[in-house]
Design a protein. Structure first.
Length: 559
């Protein structure tokens, strides 16, 4: 990169300009302080391509046409914006450990070295003109107007300055992108959303919220903005912004309106870009007292009795998003009196519970549920929680722990309580081990609560009366629904509650399990002995005016 001749001398030597033209350009340079080559291009004395060729030969660095590069915001963001603007250098492409960059001459070796230190990558420079650099900057960073339009559409009259910052603004970065990210997150929290989905399409990215279990459209973000929005979220979550195809997970925590939230971020490459999902977890809502979970009175009594047993396995079952972790945390908080040692194995650790040792699963480091469970048994715990039983190895270790005097809590994926022993059999556990260790199963779902602000009674249809009469043997003359108002976003619902069925393993059930009884036999005995099914628990909440019949039928099918 050593200069043998000055740019002006090279241009004269090539016959592209005269000495008089060079002198005139130098005089103008003293006044405007612009680069000499740029002045000559503006005067029409040389073309941009001729300037690039001269600069390339001067610095012995190849020149490129930057328009041939699809500038990727993720790659550009490998260098801070202020560094890019100050040093006239812009990242173009990453290949393995090499970062290709475009530079405006004169090329300063210190700038290239600083770029290497910032990115940790080998720097391969190319030359571009100042005009090309400015055009590239406008293409990448001229997002403010579009971002402000999206913020306005998202929050109405709410401006960026009035949005409470969830993600802090870093020095030198585009405030409009940070403002847009904060607007999306604050809007989702304000609407009580549990998840935010960013779904890429060909020309835009659709933002959707999951509110009380139902997906709702929010806004569409233009494509040129959405890549920067996704990159900013990934940076906050500690994810690799250069990796856009491989699945990634990350998280960050923040305080918003005096409440603490954890944001779990997952991404994966899709046809038109990255699909991103953010799960919003409120610490206050997760650490919920057991009496607020939504169990019926008799179910609460059974569950309270089960969690006070000295040993055995209690399984909580249901699909993803049904509130299993909340139930487990509530149970542990109830029995966490400080007189016993409680250790959990989680993936991920959702919230910190004071007085409890919580261990994060790390499969890359060899800490799986089975390995972790075997290890913590040597730490003299009284109570153990296993985030999920996924395989036979984990199931066997959990059974052994319960048979050696430990109370074990765990989650497992089944449709209802009666199918859980069958699931354990399918995993490969021996029937006698299940029968001797399992003491209770809690199956659950979440149903939406009728909005208290617009709740109204109505005379039910004959079909609704017949359903409740058949299943609960109860005559109804009125039911309740939400009319729809601004507070519930005109859905008629606001918030969710659990509906449960709790299977307590007694002597007869132990015999049935040991005999490898069928699902129908287990369920028939459980109902005959007094177990309230999830559907009946839901219907009781219908006649109590907590939810609607249609909502229960949406969540729990007929038996």
């Amino acid at each position: 990169m050593q200069k043998e001749m000055r740019v002006g001398d090279l241009l004269i030597q090539k016959g592209l300009i005269t000495k008089e033209q060079l002198m005139q350009a130098l005089e103008e340079q003293k006044k405007t302080h612009e680069r000499l080559g740029q002045i000559l291009v503006q005067k029409g004395l040389i073309s941009p391509q001729e300037l690039s060729n001269i600069l390339s030969s001067q610095y012995n660095i190849p020149s490129i046409n930057i328009e041939n590069y699809a500038l990727d915001p993720d790659i550009v963001s490998l260098l801070p914006e202020q560094f890019i603007r100050t040093n006239y250098i812009i990242p173009l492409k990453r290949t393995n450990n090499t970062l290709e960059v475009a530079c405006v001459p004169p090329v300063n070796p210190e700038v290239l070295e600083n770029a290497r230190l910032i990115t940790g990558l080998r720097i391969k420079p190319y030359l571009i003109t100042e005009n090309e650099f400015e055009q590239a900057l406008n293409k990448i960073y001229n997002l403010k107007a579009r971002a402000e339009q999206v913020i306005s559409a998202l929050g109405g009259s709410e401006t960026r300055e009035s949005v409470i910052p969830i993600i802090p603004e870093a020095a030198g970065e585009d405030r409009s992108i940070v403002g847009l990210v904060n607007s999306i997150l604050s809007d989702a929290i304000s609407q009580n959303a549990s998840d935010v989905h960013l779904d890429p399409s060909q020309f835009s990215t659709r933002v959707r919220y999951r509110i009380d279990g139902i997906m709702y459209n929010s806004i569409n973000i233009p494509k040129e903005i959405s890549d920067s929005v996704i990159s900013r979220i990934k940076v906050s979550a500690g994810m690799d912004i250069a990796e856009r195809r491989r699945p990634q997970d990350g998280h960050f925590s923040a305080q918003y309106r005096n409440e603490f939230y954890d944001f779990r971020v997952s991404s994966i490459g899709a046809k038109y870009g990255e699909k991103l999902t953010i799960r919003i977890l409120s610490r206050q809502k997760m650490l919920m007292p057991m009496e607020r979970l939504g169990m019926l009175e008799d179910q609460y009594e059974v569950f309270s009795r089960l969690i006070k047993r000295p040993y055995g396995i209690i399984l909580v079952t249901g699909p993803t998003g049904s509130g299993k972790t909340t139930t487990l945390y509530s149970a542990l908080s109830t029995i966490n009196t400080g007189t016993e040692t409680i250790i959990t194995l989680e993936d991920p650790v959702e919230y910190d519970i004071p007085g409890i040792t919580q261990i994060q699963i790390n499969e890359e480091a060899g800490i799986t549920f089975a390995v972790g469970l075997r290890s913590i048994l040597r730490l003299d715990p009284n109570i153990i929680m296993v985030g999920e039983i996924r395989d036979l190895d984990t199931a066997k270790t959990a059974v052994q722990a319960s048979l050696t005097g430990h109370l074990v809590f765990a989650s497992i994926h089944t449709n209802d309580a009666a199918s859980t022993p069958i699931r354990l059999l399918n995993l490969g556990l021996e029937p006698y081990l299940i029968a001797s260790s399992l003491i209770g199963v809690v199956a659950q779902r979440l149903v939406r609560i009728i909005c208290p602000n617009c709740k109204e009674s109505y005379i039910p249809k004959e079909s609704e009366k017949e359903t409740i009469k058949t299943e609960l043997n109860f005559e109804v003359d009125k039911l309740y629904r939400g009319r729809g108002c601004a507070l519930c976003n005109f859905t008629g619902f606001r918030g969710r509650t659990g509906i449960f069925e709790i299977l307590e393993i007694d002597k007869t059930l132990r015999k049935l399990i040991q005999q490898s009884a069928s699902y129908d036999e287990i369920k028939e005995y459980a109902e005959r002995s007094g177990m309230t099914t999830m559907r009946k628990a839901g219907l009781q909440k219908v006649i109590s005016g907590i939810t609607t019949l249609r909502e229960v039928e949406r969540v729990v099918a007929e038996a």
